[in-house]
Write a protein that binds this ligand. Structure first.
Ligand code: SF4
Length: 454
């Protein structure tokens, strides 16, 4: 159970020596209670105090890392049940399963698809996170071959899925240096799988579909054997069962401090899905609540795109809109003195929508973003963050007036009401009201800007 700041304070030296960077021991205790600092920041703790406070400093859901290169996947470390309470921290990995019964060509193609998949959205590159190789054949050589093919075609994290510890070890001998997730320890093989996890220094998943008590018991068994990086599979594969299980695990870890369930969770939404649509819907549920690793059975950009987009949205800090740096941008090539000048807010989604449409128009343009605190156009206007004064100041500060031969600025159609205010701020300028929706920019430019003498 997590300790309160006062409870933690009782164990501290109370010298207020400031070595931890805090002015008092009480301030340090309060920060530690919020999991905002490591216990080790206080160098003067007695052994007894360290022991007593260890639980308070341990994250309620352990951070587990799969892979060890720049594409590694870190999951866990979550601290809230609901995103709006603070934020979700580590987005779940989306992996694709290949079975060793598939042809070498199909396995290679799937691994390449995962490796190459990347889409740009609001300034982020969204990708798949890895491949799970399933020993569906039950054969050692076939599994090792499949694992080798996959690792030849992707350097993204791997999950090795085999029931037989001997088969698992044969694959680990080939790829353990890439720190794959071993899936899975069960009642029947837990001791042997735990030994492999320790020997090859890899994280270990535990599987028990018999209920959370059994799952916690199995996690405790491998933890007692010395495995620290554990991933849980409670076994439920349907909508209702997985929602209940995943929610209970999160709740028990966060609210009750139940450390045997304080680990990230792995799910397999395709295993009982009736079709592709159901698999995607279930994966979406797992993104929202509360998976750490999601293994899909289907790869299709039409399936993956909504999932990576949802993941981005869910794991964005709700208190910090994704925003662009305010300032002057060159869009769609190299704008010239007679190029159009747009202004919009520095909310990322707004920026990328506008830039995408200007790009599509093929007309190189200037774009000024005032600091609207990352809000969208109407929200910023309603909040007083996108008004004539801010827009006028941003245009003056950008220096764009020295780069263009005209004095025209195009504003979003939704804030046509600002036209007069901006003209007051920028005497001699013409404020042109643009379209309300970015999608209409190309047509608008064609009509308006070609009529304007360069
Ligand atoms: S370093 Fe330890 S003893 Fe010193 S102020 Fe911080 S908590 Fe107190």
């Amino acid at each position: 159970m997590a300790l309160s700041g006062i409870e933690i304070y009782k164990h501290l030296p109370k010298t207020n020596c400031k070595k931890c960077g805090f002015p008092t021991c009480l301030a340090f205790a309060m920060k530690l209670a919020q999991k905002g600092i490591e216990l080790s920041a206080c160098p003067d703790l007695s052994d007894a105090a360290k022991q007593a406070l260890e639980a308070a400093s341990r994250p309620p859901i352990r951070l587990v890392t799969i892979g060890n290169n720049d594409k590694k996947l870190a999951v866990g470390n979550e601290t809230v049940m609901f995103r709006h309470e603070k934020t979700f921290i580590n987005p779940p990995g989306l992996l694709l399963r290949v079975k060793d019964t598939e042809s070498a060509n199909d396995i290679a193609e799937k691994a390449k698809s995962v490796q190459d998949y990347a889409v740009e959205r609001v300034g982020f590159t969204l990708t798949m996170n890895g491949v799970a190789v399933d020993n569906a054949s039950g054969d050692k050589a076939t599994f090792v071959k499949a694992v080798e093919i996959v690792s030849e075609h992707t350097d993204r994290p791997l999950v090795l899925m085999a029931k037989d510890p001997a088969i698992m070890e044969a694959a680990l001998e080939k790829v353990a240096t890439s720190t794959p997730l071993i899936y899975a320890a069960t009642k029947d093989n837990a001791a042997a799988m735990a030994q492999l996890a320790l020997k090859y220094k890899c994280p270990l998943a535990v599987y028990d579909a018999g209920g959370l008590e059994e799952l916690a018991g199995l996690a405790q068994e491998v933890a007692n054997a010395g495995v620290e990086d554990i991933v849980l599979d409670p076994g439920a594969r349907d909508f209702r069962g997985s929602l209940i299980n995943l929610t209970q695990i999160r709740k028990l870890a966060l609210k009750k401090g139940f450390k045997d369930l304080g680990y990230p969770i792995i799910t397999f939404p395709g295993e009982q899905a009736a079709d592709r649509a159901e698999e995607v819907a279930l994966a979406a549920q797992h993104i929202a609540k509360y998976a750490g690793v999601i293994v899909l059975d289907t790869f299709d950009p039409a399936v993956v795109y909504p999932l990576v987009t949802l993941r981005l949205n869910i794991y964005t800090d709700p208190q910090k809109p994704i925003q662009m740096q305010p300032g002057l941008y060159e869009v769609a090539g190299n704008p010239k003195a007679d190029s159009p000048l747009f202004v919009t807010t520095n909310f990322s989604l707004t920026y990328f929508s506008v830039v995408g449409e200007i790009d599509g128009s093929g007309v190189a343009s200037w774009l000024v973003l005032p600091d609207a605190e990352g809000l969208s156009v109407l929200t910023a206007w309603a909040a007083g963050k996108f008004d004539g004064e801010r827009i006028g100041k941003a245009i003056k500060a950008s220096g764009v007036a020295d780069k263009i031969s005209h004095k025209k600025v195009i504003i979003p159609g939704h804030v046509a009401v600002l036209r007069g205010e901006i003209e007051d701020e920028l005497p001699g300028w013409e404020v042109i009201v643009g379209p309300k929706d970015a999608v209409d920019i190309p047509g608008f430019l064609k009509k308006i800007w070609t009529l304007t003498p360069a």
